[in-house]
Design a protein around this ligand. Structure first.
Ligand SMILES: Nc1ncnc2c1ncn2[C@@H]1O[C@H](COP(=O)(O)OP(=O)(O)OP(=O)(O)O)[C@@H](O)[C@H]1O
Length: 268
């Protein structure tokens, strides 16, 4: 089967420095795929390349078999790939529902105005109901976004991405900055939104990765050093060496000390 998303010999240089170095990677349709690696390994750069925010120095990105690395992020959204950012794109002074309504009306013929009539926006109500349920925000759907908890806000950000009906959803550190309650909430949320679509996520919390990811790709110095299911990757000598000094914590059996962000030291 054609992979949902592919990197093919992907390279990105910044003034001669290869942040992404010959990355070849297949994301299978319908899977949750985690990209992990020590700080500075090139995860964000790879995400920027996959989502059209950076153009590769060489190599290709393919979405459902078609080359897309020449397309803008907006064009990629239209092809079915969306990215949810850590940085909030939420309007704090609007309710959860109104945030979703604005996002839903954006690609339609309705004029881009904040004084759109309630009647015009009502047509989005059924879809808003669905998204609110998917991201678990029923109880706070009439609350101002500014008053949401950290975890609820993350839910709304992912909900905003869902308004674009992505077939492939890229999540950038979905649990960052969260306590255990928020993390549990996001794990459940990612499971729900992954139903019927492909999810790729950068995630530092290994316990989250273990619970969610069907497969994992490990980056170091811009290169793929391992790829496969969690149990296989956690025993890979190259991966253990990449996280040297941290391995017991990173791949803790009970996930108790699994939140890691080790530095990678200097390049050999
Ligand atoms: N615009 C840029 N110009 C120059 N160097 C860059 C640029 N963006 C990233 N880099 C370098 O590329 C390398 C990979 O960075 P990147 O942010 O992709 O890593 P990362 O794995 O996401 O790190 P972290 O876990 O700390 O977020 C780093 O050495 C970084 O300094």
């Amino acid at each position: 089967m054609t992979p949902a998303l592919q990197a093919v010999h992907l390279c990105k240089e910044f003034r001669g420095f290869r942040a992404t170095n010959d990355v070849t990677l297949d994301i299978r349709e319908g899977e949750i795929h985690a990209v992990i690696g020590p700080n500075g390994a090139g995860k964000t750069t790879l995400f920027n390349l996959l989502s059209g925010f950076l153009k590769p120095t060489s190599g290709e990105v393919r979405l459902f078999g078609e080359r897309v690395d020449t397309l803008s992020p907006q064009h990629l959204v239209r092809r079915g790939l969306s990215r949810s950012f850590q940085i909030s794109s939420v309007f704090g002074s609007m309710t959860v529902r109104d945030n979703l309504a604005v996002a839903l009306q954006a690609p339609t013929a309705l004029p881009h105005r904040f004084w759109i009539s309630d009647r015009a926006l009502q047509r989005f109500d059924p879809r808003i109901d669905e998204i609110v349920a998917q991201v678990g925000l029923q109880d706070v759907q009439h609350r101002l976004a500014a008053d949401l908890s950290h975890g609820e806000k993350r839910g709304l950000e992912i909900g905003l991405s869902l308004t674009q009906e992505p077939r492939v959803l890229l999540l950038d550190e979905p649990t960052s900055g969260m306590g255990s309650e928020g993390i549990e909430r996001v794990i459940a949320l990612v499971r729900r939104v992954a139903a019927g679509r492909t999810v790729v996520m950068v995630e530092h919390n290994m316990s989250v990765v273990a619970q969610l990811a069907d497969r994992i790709t490990v980056l170091q110095y811009g290169q793929v050093i391992a790829s496969g299911p969690y149990e296989q990757v956690r025993q890979d000598p190259a991966v253990i060496a990449a996280y040297l000094g941290h391995e017991e914590d990173i791949f803790a059996e009970d996930g108790s000390e699994a939140d890691i962000a080790p530095g990678h030291g200097s390049r050999a």
